[in-house]
Design a protein around this ligand. Structure first.
Ligand SMILES: [Zn+2]
Length: 221
């Protein structure tokens, strides 16, 4: 990594910091989660099966968005395909966070999309969170399903697997990953009391307009 620019080094460190944060917060367990950040015509992504605690910037893998070839000490995360395909398909996305948080995964096991049970769903771009159909982890089929489930959205669930959140920065993608698990927990709790009522598309549209005027993280309420 001797030739890496300061910008690339900062991104490598940001991936490590957010991987550790993801485990400390309980959003993820072990090394099942992974994080990528766009870097020019490539992406930087966490390596496969390496404990986050000992990760160093040189352990982060660089993968070409064009052909998927990688450069680094280790192979990239086994989920590199959907990270690459999402970054290739979405100009608005700079970072991708994938994990298996408990409540998101519980809903995903039932292939249950999240409806507009809370106005905060609007931060993901619409009035629902879709579920990508099941396919084997690491497969092209899973990647194709994920890209489709994310259309017009900043997050989706993956059936029998977990979730993906994307953002215009790593800070946004990570924040959305945490917000999604909160929303999943709230929906799970609401389901326990019966069939929850949902907000209308018009009500969600008003929140989306309001968010557009305020910017995203930090200024919500
Ligand atoms: Zn996974």
């Amino acid at each position: 990594m001797g030739t890496a620019t300061a910008d690339e080094r900062a991104k490598r460190q940001a991936i490590i910091d957010h991987c550790r944060r993801m485990n400390a917060s309980g959003l993820n367990q072990g090394t099942s989660g992974n994080i990528s950040i766009r870097h020019g015509d490539a992406m930087l992504i966490s390596p496969t099966s390496r404990p986050y605690d000992g990760l160093e910037p040189d352990d982060i893998v660089r993968v070409s968005l064009a052909d998927g070839s990688h450069r680094g000490r280790w192979p990239p995360s086994s989920e590199w395909r959907f990270h690459r395909d999402i970054l290739a398909a979405r100009d608005d996305v700079q970072a991708v966070v994938h994990a298996h948080p408990t409540y998101c995964t519980a809903l995903a096991i039932h292939s249950r999309p999240i409806p507009a049970v809370h106005y905060m769903i609007a931060v993901f771009g619409g009035s629902d969170i879709r579920v990508a159909p099941y396919a084997t982890y690491g497969s092209q089929a899973l990647s194709d399903h994920a890209v489709r489930a994310l259309e017009g959205r900043k997050a989706c669930l993956l059936a029998h697997h977990g979730m993906i959140a994307v953002g215009g920065s790593i800070a946004e993608a990570y924040w959305l990953a945490e917000e999604l698990e909160t929303l999943a927990r709230q929906y799970h709790g609401a389901l326990a009391l019966g069939d929850p009522p949902v907000l209308s598309d018009e009500q969600i549209g008003e929140v989306i307009d309001k968010i557009a005027g305020y910017g995203l993280t930090g200024e919500r309420e």
